[in-house]
Design a protein around this ligand. Sequence first.
Ligand SMILES: *Cc1c(COP(=O)(O)O)cnc(C)c1O
Length: 404
Amino acid sequence: MTDQPNHDPRSIVRRTQTPRSASHPIVTPLYPAVAYAADDADALDAQYEGSNFGYTYAREGHPNAQVLAGKIDYLEGVADGSPPGIITGSGMAAVSAALLGVLKSGNHVVAGDQLYGRSLRLLKEDMARFGISTTFVDPTDAAALRAAMRPETRMILLEVVSNPTLRVADMPAAAALARETGAILAVDNTFTTPRAYRPFEHGADIVIHSVTKLLAGHSDVTLGYVVARDPEIAGRIDTAGQTWGLTGSPFDCWLAERGLHSFELRFDRAQANAARLADALAETPGVKAVLYPGRSDHPDHNRAGSLVAPNFGNMLSFTLQGGRTEANAFVHAAEHIAFAPTLGDIGTTLSHPPSSSHRGMSEDERAAIGITEGFFRVSVGVENADQLIAEMTSAVRTATGHAA
Ligand SMILES: *Cc1c(COP(=O)(O)O)cnc(C)c1O
């Protein structure tokens, strides 16, 4: 017997209630509703005043965003009773919400000089238009971080591991500096993920994610997440998200929750694959250099050891001998590996920063950070490691004239 919804036969246009069931679905239902009906004006008042919880309008909150945010809160170690994170329509929307919620004209930001490209642009171009200035510094250099601070510095914005050179920021120095000066430390934890690094446990005030990447993990969702430790700051970021319209859609949240269920399994498998692939590439003729924080020849291996070990992540970069010709030949030879400018997919993806993320830089600027035409970034996936290693190393040999 089901409890049939109360169907009004006078109009098929009218909505019906969801059937009630003594049992409940084992999967979070998808709630595409834009608006939620309240019992009466008093009930609505109670909701807005916070004495009764209820959803009102999807841009201001909906069940799928709340469920997803709760799971990421858990991964990031957000304490019970602390402000929950919010879900945004993209990783960039999360960065934007953090900046718009916290900063005002006249403020200054100290930011990593190798942040995600759009974050660099947001600070350089857009925030500058609002009277917010930024100094970009090498975050592996504690003295440079300190030297960049000004009396009006309101925020330090860093990524723990840089893209695509995989340098590891001096997070303890940044946290000490933030504590000392009262600046807010915001950490974009997309590359590291809470599996490897939980910024709140290391003095961060704000944590940001592109959920699009490893957390959702299937390259079919664009979403972000931002959480702040301090209730007042969290409230301002939440308001900025709602007012500027940065929040995420129910269907994307629903898909991301599905992806997130397997996040830890995927991460562990992908990073085990990455460690093996890094070692295999380092032994392959035609490879000039491999960058993987878990390898002892990585410039920041010691710092990675203290910050993230044993979780050195799924990202590696390497440099092929030769120039654009060899780079193209490699992409053709590695025909079953997606050549696509994203990361964190369940399958391995390859990107070539000189022709994509770093094309806006001059050749000399790229060379200064070690990015030459042979430079590739690999987001390692969860496929069979032996097969992946065979594909990649044979493509390198073919492209560089070292075919076995
Ligand atoms: C991809 C990425 C972003 C932006 O995320 P979107 O979901 O693409 O908007 C921000 N920061 C880092 C480190 C990223 O990798």
